[in-house]
Design a protein around this ligand. Structure first.
Ligand SMILES: [Zn+2]
Length: 121
């Protein structure tokens, strides 16, 4: 094989490798994270953290869930203790907002966080 051709192949391989590394480095860390709403042990809904929104969960017993700037928070609720509201915003895998009186859990799944967490569930 002549040297010029060899060099071209190496150059192409190098470029491919470089593109692959760039892809891994630039991949947005928070992408794919979800706020998963569970009530009474049943998954009710899941919302991507990448989209700002406000949803009211429940009727008589309600929690208002706000997703903003990649984080989820219960901003208002008519439960007795307001622990869920005081929890504030969560955005990392495994973090959760719990409303005991309403038996409601908002849990973060996916996105950034420990890769070795196998205990969810
Ligand atoms: Zn609450």
């Amino acid at each position: 094989m002549d040297k010029k051709r060899m060099r071209d192949i190496l150059l192409a391989a190098g470029l491919l490798l470089f593109a692959g590394i760039l892809y891994l480095l630039l991949r947005p860390g928070g992408e794919g994270a979800w706020a998963v709403v569970t009530a009474d042990g049943q998954e009710m809904a899941r919302y991507p953290l990448s989209e700002d929104r406000q949803v009211t969960i429940g009727e008589a017993d309600y929690n208002i869930l706000e997703i903003k700037d990649g984080a989820a928070a219960v901003i208002e609720a008519n439960c007795g203790d307001h622990t869920c509201v005081r929890t504030g915003a969560v955005s990392r895998e495994g973090e959760a907002i719990v409303c005991l009186p309403h038996r409601l859990i908002v849990r973060i799944e996916g996105g950034e966080g420990p890769l070795f967490d196998a205990s969810v569930g």
